[in-house]
Design a protein around this ligand. Structure first.
Ligand code: 5AD
Ligand code: SF4
Length: 481
């Protein structure tokens, strides 16, 4: 099954939307989470003003930027491998400069320059506006580093260049950073404190996408439910805000409501939700609007209360079940997906069984599952020994993947014989005679093209399925959009 993999990492070279008159060539590629892909669009926008057009051809590039991920060791190794490839290209094109962006840049800082001789430039996730100055330094033959994290930067004033877009779906970032401090996670260190973006600039970006005929928008943040705008400032300082700021504050439920109300012809999604931050009013807003997709990515990480506590996940198994029950009560056909880590330090066979039984209770539509990877500097790395043998981690991982596959198949089979609304996004990878798109539950459907085109909302009768995909035939346009 495609979605159930041990790594979410994907590299993607980006181009498109180039500006006339620009003479320098930028090759930019991203690894890791969607936030990195979205940040690369911001970087391309900043550099378009500095005379850079994007190219998909590494060999042609004057500047190569790689947006990196630190979430697991494997993600970092993937980037290191990629640097070897750049090295080979640099032998042919010695003028080429190489910069590292994102989480690895933030984690390793100037050490990167020592460890990887190919690297000229190291830029953390909050320092992209400094790129023009940093590139000047590099042009003058000096290495350049800026890894300063910010309490304010949201890039709200930069309109991203949509790179390699299908013209149908786009991501709009609403928060940056994370304050949750899960003990296994490097993100709070690499992406800094949680900040929310001005709702006005979010709405403007979405208005712009709507005017360009985009059909689906995903609101993006490490922890979207924690969104809170009260005129700027960190969430932790909200208590000190004035009465006026408190009265006019916008939380995630309100933001979602505002966007859904203003753009009824746009399908809305959001990711990622954290159980402890997701409130009932968010679920109520989802239930109220037809254009908000019935899908929640709701990582659990472990089904064991003891492990949840060690992970500093600030909720219990029972509280998670209550949240799931509320979601199913208010939105009966809502799909839910998970992230799970196997082999967190001290995890016993009993803890592992708790995870399996939790999965049996929820029956997720799909999931992203990982073996624990110790990350330097995290609380878990400092306080707990990585004591579950690799073979045990892998075996437990395989067990949860197998169970997830079974649940995914069950969930998909339930669609056979039903007609579902699909937004056509692209040609099927396996056949140029078929379209591929997703239903509201985020499940992929593939069907013959007929007279339909990319961007159409169509009703598709589902005839069969695999554990990853629904297969069927389009029968009509949807009346909803
Ligand atoms: N090891 C394994 N998986 C991790 N994740 C985050 N940190 C680690 C780690 N150290 C997983 C979590 C998170 C997802 C984005 O990545 O499941 O939800
Ligand atoms: Fe990492 Fe936890 Fe924040 Fe997610 S909520 S980014 S897992 S610290």
């Amino acid at each position: 099954m495609e979605k159930i993999i041990d790594e979410k990492i994907q590299g993607q070279a980006l181009s498109l939307n180039n500006k006339e008159g620009n003479t320098r060539k930028l090759f930019i590629e991203s690894y890791g989470c969607q936030m990195n892909f979205s940040d690369s669009e911001i970087v391309a926008s900043i550099l378009a003003k500095e005379g850079f057009n994007t190219t998909q051809n590494l060999e042609d590039a004057d500047l190569v930027l790689v947006n990196t991920c630190s979430i697991r060791e494997k993600a970092e190794l993937t980037v290191r491998k990629r640097l070897e490839k750049y090295n080979a290209v640099k032998r042919i094109n010695p003028k080429m400069k190489v910069g590292v962006l994102g989480c690895m840049a933030e984690r390793l800082k100037s050490k990167f320059l020592e460890e990887e001789k190919i690297v000229d430039l190291v830029v953390g996730p909050d320092a992209y506006k400094d790129l023009p100055n940093l590139i000047e330094e590099v042009d003058a033959g000096r290495n350049a580093v800026n890894v300063i994290l910010s309490k304010e930067e949201t890039y709200g004033d930069i309109s991203p260049v949509r790179l390699q877009s299908n013209g149908v779906s786009a991501f709009v970032s609403i928060t940056r950073g994370c304050d949750n401090m899960c003990t296994f996670c490097v993100v709070p260190f690499t992406r800094g404190r949680e900040r929310s973006r001005d709702p006005q600039s979010i709405l403007e970006e979405i208005d712009d996408l709507a005017s360009k005929n985009f059909k689906e928008i995903t609101l993006l943040g490490q922890n979207v439910d924690s969104y809170l705008w009260y005129g700027g400032g960190l969430k932790k300082d909200f208590d000190k805000a004035s009465d006026f700021q408190k009265a006019t504050a916008v939380n995630f439920a309100k933001l979602l409501d505002m966007v859904a109300e203003k753009h009824p012809k746009i399908r809305l999604r959001f990711t990622t939700s954290n159980p402890q931050d997701m409130t009932l009013d968010v679920i109520e807003v989802m239930a109220k609007h037809k254009n908000i997709c019935k899908y929640i990515h709701l990582p659990i990480q472990s089904g064991s209360d003891r492990i949840l506590k060690e992970m500093n996940r600030l909720h219990t198994r029972q509280e998670y079940f209550e949240l799931i029950d509320n979601i199913k009560r208010l939105i009966p056909d809502c799909a839910i997906s998970q992230d799970i880590i196997t082999g967190f330090p001290t995890e016993t066979e009993e803890d592992h069984q708790d995870t399996l039984s939790l999965m049996e209770y929820v029956k997720y539509e799909y999931g992203f599952m990982f073996a624990y990877s110790e990350r330097p500097g995290t609380m878990a790395a400092r306080k707990l020994e990585d004591d579950v043998p690799e073979a045990t981690k892998k075996r437990r991982l395989n067990e949860i993947i197998a169970l997830q596959r079974k649940h995914s198949s069950l969930k998909h089979e339930a669609f056979v014989g039903k007609t579902v609304e699909i937004l056509i996004e692209k040609e099927s990878k396996k056949s140029d005679k078929h379209w591929s798109g997703r239903n509201t539950q985020n499940i992929v459907a593939v069907f013959p093209k007929g007279d339909y085109k990319i961007g159409d909302f169509v009703m598709v009768r589902i005839d069969e399925c695999t554990s990853a995909t629904l297969l069927g035939e389009a029968v009509a346009y949807s009346n909803n959009y």
